[in-house]
Design a protein around this ligand. Structure first.
Ligand code: SF4
Length: 323
């Protein structure tokens, strides 16, 4: 019974709102070009017409966005190097996240890290290295016993075969020592370019770019490469950075990939290098929600190493039995 007289008023309000909305939209869109006076002078009839024609609120914003110029090679290299500097400030403690005490342990740990986390490898190797501290010991161990020791890392049969094969090769061809040259390392069973670069960079101080899943993903997100193939990614990135930066750059990028720029849910809203990243917006942009996606020391959680370096600001990981 009270609805009939209310109708015209509602219409009037709607008209007014349409006029207001249009005026506001126009003001925002044309803010830079036209003074406010001109916009306010639009007639209600014209405003109504425009409101009816206008697409949803997003359309004018898109129209207003300036077309992005393609980035020159020089600009990309400058931006890439700046990302590296900012990552260095963010992770001054970046390091390999595998626990190791010598080149042989690093080689074994890197082979074990395929298809699993560094944390799981770190939780597995203390027992393994207690039983097999040298290539000679590992070459002589019965395969079933080795499989049991490395079972938590997954794919344990194939990995045991590689470890026995590479330990035998180290014993027979390299005098029980891990060689410090890429061309020798890649001849060992189960050792590819990525593993060889990890060992060279971290046990021998030879600069190397380690393209694992994190590095490849971030290099593409940063616009450093479009390649999917690890060797091509390595070659593209090698042209951007001086050799002296390769090893630490690898650690920093991998650190960022594990903590902030995750594969499925990158925490863009909590990412300190967002202004330098062309892929900003691929993940969560709300700062509060993004903060909850941060991992390891940035998320207040334990790290991956049971024995992290002394400058690591987070907590050490827990041993397998306790985790
Ligand atoms: S802005 Fe987003 S996509 Fe870019 S590096 Fe940060 S988290 Fe990754």
């Amino acid at each position: 019974m009270t609805e009939t007289p209310a109708k015209p008023a509602a219409k009037k309000t709607a008209k007014k709102t349409a006029t207001k909305t249009t005026t506001a939209t126009k003001t925002t869109t044309a803010a830079k070009k036209a003074p406010a006076k001109k916009t306010a002078a639009a007639t209600p009839a014209a405003a109504k017409k425009t409101a009816a024609k206008k697409a949803p609120a997003k359309a004018p914003a898109k129209k207003a966005a300036p077309a992005r110029k393609p980035e020159s090679r020089v600009a990309m290299v400058r931006r890439a190097r700046r990302i590296n500097r900012e990552l260095a400030e963010l992770y001054p403690y970046a390091h390999p996240e595998l626990d190791f005490g010598n080149p042989f342990e690093l080689l074994v740990a890197t082979v074990l890290s395929a298809q699993t986390t560094d944390l799981r490898v770190n939780q597995t190797t203390p027992r393994l290295f207690a039983v097999c501290p040298t290539p000679e010991d590992m070459a002589a161990i019965p395969p079933e016993q080795l499989e049991e020791l490395i079972r938590p890392t997954g794919f344990f049969r194939a990995k045991a075969k590689s470890l026995i094969g590479l330990s035998t090769a180290l014993r027979d061809r390299f005098g029980g020592e891990v060689p410090g040259r890429l061309e020798d390392l890649v001849t060992l069973p189960g050792v590819g370019r990525k593993t060889a670069n990890v060992v060279l960079g971290n046990a021998f101080g030879v600069p190397g770019i380690t393209v694992d899943t994190h590095f490849g993903r971030l290099a593409r997100r940063f616009g450093w490469t479009t390649a999917q193939d690890a060797e091509k990614v390595e070659a593209d990135v090698a042209e951007i950075f001086p050799k002296s930066e390769w090893t630490m750059l690898s650690h920093r990028v991998v650190f960022h990939g594990r903590r902030v720029c995750h594969s499925r849910k990158p925490a863009c809203g909590a990412c300190p290098i967002a202004p330098l990243c062309p892929s900003y917006g691929e993940g969560e942009t709300d700062p509060e929600k993004a903060k909850k996606l941060l991992k390891y020391e940035l998320g207040g959680q334990p790290g991956q190493r049971l024995k992290p370096p002394s400058d690591y600001p987070g907590q050490p990981a827990l041993p397998l039995a306790a985790s």
